[in-house]
Design a protein around this ligand. Structure first.
Ligand code: URA
Length: 443
């Protein structure tokens, strides 16, 4: 077999067999097939697509390219949650304790932020002492004892995806449904969950900008999970603006704690309740969404979700007093307001631009090696639908020692991210659709 023939076959609209996909992925993993050939193949897939069988085979080949985690020592149905990437998305910080407080074990492997998107591990490290590293035995023991643990991906999980994703990032081949679906699902399959809840973002800040494309991506991932025996559902949620008000590590932890204290932003609470309800149903702790939601609301109201968060923080070496007094979390020295230039109504907030602005301030990494500042970020003062008058504060930058040039750049980016309309903007749905193996429910 030769890579060039397989590139040509895909370029001309052909269907690749399991053996052909294995040849490409394994060859690439082992360094036998060079980047330029896989880049050409990824571009061929971008234009020609893949059918469900090919996408499933690609997923399995990538899942099998490294370690596979066996979560069977942990009792109960292990339900994983994955977001396709957003700005201000701190749902894991809320959902791990909330869902665990309802009796569904959460054995979560999370990532770090790169580029304009934040990462759960960085956010949790805003709590002093919080460690995201532990042995597999400690991980299993913590989930067994308190019901949840959040750690970094240990070992060598899906190395083929790691390599391919980095290549796609620099060859304009990220936004391909079979490539995204196989990338996300290979990691979920290798991480060992019994059931998977996917949060597929849609809108300006998401990979998929339209609802139809987002539903197609969700269907591809639900098909893969279902075929591989993992009960999988996908929620399509809004990314036409950041989720919640805080963007930046400590700011996001503070907002997560507000939700766990039964307060916090309505949009973040709603997305958490929707995703959490799906997790409870798949985890067998509720018959339907209504029952699940009632259970979760109860755990927010009676403090048991917050208590579970404190247990997780304590077990992972974090300072619980910072959860009790979030003002003691890292805070930036300087606050800089971004003012509106026109009056009207906020129509949208380009989430990606806000994410980049937060990164420029030091909240995220430009490269894997960048040092981040846990205290800095952006707090939005206006969200979509809000009325605004020229001179009003749109957002507040939380700044430390970032260079003057970068602060000005971040300020401009945030100002430009806000689209102001002369007409009132009707409330937007937060959750657009639910995709299951039985079909699509649009809301
Ligand atoms: N997230 C992933 O893990 N992979 C993609 O291809 C896109 C988003």
């Amino acid at each position: 077999m030769r890579a060039v023939d397989l590139i040509q076959k895909k370029r001309d609209g052909g269907e690749l067999s399991r053996e052909e996909i294995a040849f490409l992925i394994q060859g690439y993993s082992r360094g036998e097939i060079p980047d330029y050939q896989i880049a050409a193949w990824a571009m061929a897939v971008y234009f020609q697509g893949m059918n469900a069988r090919e996408t499933g085979d690609l997923t399995l080949e990538m899942a099998m390219s490294g370690d596979q985690v066996d979560l069977s020592p942990i009792a109960g149905v292990k339900v994983d949650k994955h977001s396709t990437g957003g700005v201000g998305d701190k749902t894991t910080v809320v959902l791990a304790p909330l869902v665990a407080s309802a009796g569904v074990p959460v054995a979560k492997m999370s990532g770090r932020g790169l580029g304009h998107t934040g990462g759960t591990l960085d956010k949790l490290e805003s709590i002093s002492g919080f460690s995201v590293e532990m042995s597999r035995e400690q991980f299993f023991a913590q989930v067994g004892e308190i019901g949840a643990a959040v750690i970094g991906q240990s070992g060598n999980i899906t190395p083929a995806d790691k390599k391919l994703y980095a290549l796609r990032d620099v060859t304009a081949t990220v936004e391909s449904i079979p490539l995204i679906a196989s990338s996300v699902m290979s990691k979920k399959i290798a991480a060992g969950a019994d059931a998977i809840v996917l949060d597929v973002k849609t809108g300006s800040g998401a990979f998929m900008k339209t609802l139809d494309d987002s539903i197609a991506l969700a269907q591809a991932m639900v098909d893969i999970g279902t075929h591989l025996g993992r009960n999988t559902v996908a929620v399509i949620s809004d990314m036409d603006q950041p989720l919640g008000y805080g963007i930046g590590n400590a700011l996001e932890i503070k907002e997560g704690i507000e939700i766990l204290r039964d307060g916090g932003p309505k949009d973040l609470r709603e997305v958490c309740l929707f995703l959490g309800s799906q997790m409870l149903v798949l985890g067998g702790k509720a018959q339907d969404e209504a029952e699940a939601r009632a259970i979760l609301e109860g755990h927010l109201a009676d403090g048991s979700a917050l208590e579970k968060f404190k247990q997780i923080v304590a077990a992972q070496g974090g300072d619980v007093t910072q959860v009790e007094a979030p003002d003691t979390l890292p805070a930036a020295k300087t606050l800089i307001e971004v003012k509106a230039e026109a009056s009207g109504y906020i129509e949208s907030i380009q989430a990606e631009a806000v994410g980049i602005a937060a990164m420029l301030l030091g909240a995220g990494r430009e490269t894997k090696e960048s040092q981040i500042d846990l205290a800095v970020g952006i707090h939005l003062a206006k969200k979509v639908g809000d009325a605004v008058a020229a001179g009003d504060t749109l957002a507040v930058l939380h700044v430390n020692a970032a260079s003057g040039e970068k602060v000005r750049e971040a300020q401009d980016k945030v100002r430009e991210a806000y689209l102001v309309s002369a007409q009132p903007v009707p409330p937007q749905p937060l959750v657009f659709a639910l995709v299951t193996k039985d079909g699509v429910t649009r809301y």
